[in-house]
Design a protein around this ligand. Structure first.
Ligand code: GLN
Length: 275
């Protein structure tokens, strides 16, 4: 099937099973217009080459490719970020972690330091730097390709974050922070939702097994990198809060606390390294 104007492109997308909003956003991006323009230009013609490219994108979207990868960008905590298949697509749920870190930062005088472990597109680190310019923000990732995306985002948004390449704590030897945050891979290896996320980097989604191994490694290593009174904030799966709290408690963290995501699921847990 072929289409040659906006209206027929949208009905083609509907036949493929796409959400109307997704179809409009793809079309608007291809035409370098916004949605308002699109809605008032139902009969605008589409050049054959553009229609061909759009057909391919619609088929990819119908097959489960995240819209963010097709558009090359994703909004997160008020920032427009470049994302590629080398980076997890930033989720609105993760804004819970950012908001919590920003609240904690308001109680720290001077120049607080914070590190984001497994930064991916840089979403968390950049949103925190944007919300608290006084903070000294570092970010670590094992993937050099993801770090390149994060660095590009930092440059474009003019946010000064120091990016480091390596495995969790390895590039941070000898460094201590007031706040450590992470959204590590935490989906269990056998989770039935995993196949639906196949376009995203598997290493950013799951450590295999019960999904807790990276969370445990972060909790184990954090005290060596926290100042006294510093906080560790971890995003986790909806059913992992009790296991994370127990691991934090056993490691010696105090003031354990938990926050829920936009869907009401337990999503972020924190502990404070005693003064
Ligand atoms: N919250 C993401 C999801 O469930 C997973 C992100 C992660 O593993 N850190 O789709």
């Amino acid at each position: 099937m072929k289409f040659s104007d906006v209206r027929s492109a949208l009905s083609h997308a509907r036949l493929l099973g796409l959400d109307r909003l997704d179809a409009q956003l793809l079309l608007a991006a291809a035409l370098q217009q916004n949605r308002a323009w699109l809605i008032s230009h139902d009969d605008a013609p589409l050049a054959p080459a553009l229609a061909f490219r759009l057909t391919e994108q619609m088929m990819q979207r119908a097959a489960g490719m995240p819209l963010a990868y097709l558009l090359g960008e994703q909004e997160f905590h008020g920032l427009l970020l470049t994302v590629t298949p080398d980076t997890l697509v930033p989720r609105p749920d993760t804004e819970t972690l950012v908001d919590w870190a920003l609240e904690l930062l308001t109680h720290i005088d001077g120049t607080p330091s914070l590190v984001d472990l497994g930064t991916g597109s840089g979403a968390i680190a950049l949103a925190i730097k944007a919300g608290c310019p006084a903070a000294r923000v570092s970010a670590v990732d094992l993937s050099a390709a993801a770090l390149a995306v994060a660095q590009g985002n930092a440059q474009r948004l003019k946010l000064d974050v120091s990016f480091q390449h390596g495995d969790w704590w390895q590039p941070l030897a000898g460094q201590r922070f007031e706040i450590i945050v992470s959204n590590p891979p935490y989906i269990a290896g056998g989770d039935p939702h995993l196949p639906a996320l196949k376009a995203e980097p598997i290493g950013a989604l799951t450590p295999g097994g019960d999904g807790l191994s990276d969370l445990r490694q972060l909790i184990e290593g954090a005290p060596a990198h926290l100042r006294p009174g510093g906080w560790l904030l971890l995003e986790h799966g909806y059913d992992q809060a009790p296991a994370v709290a127990e691991a934090l408690r056993l490691r010696g963290f105090a003031e354990l606390d938990m926050r829920r995501d936009l869907g009401g699921q337990p999503r972020v847990s924190a502990g404070r390294w005693p003064l």
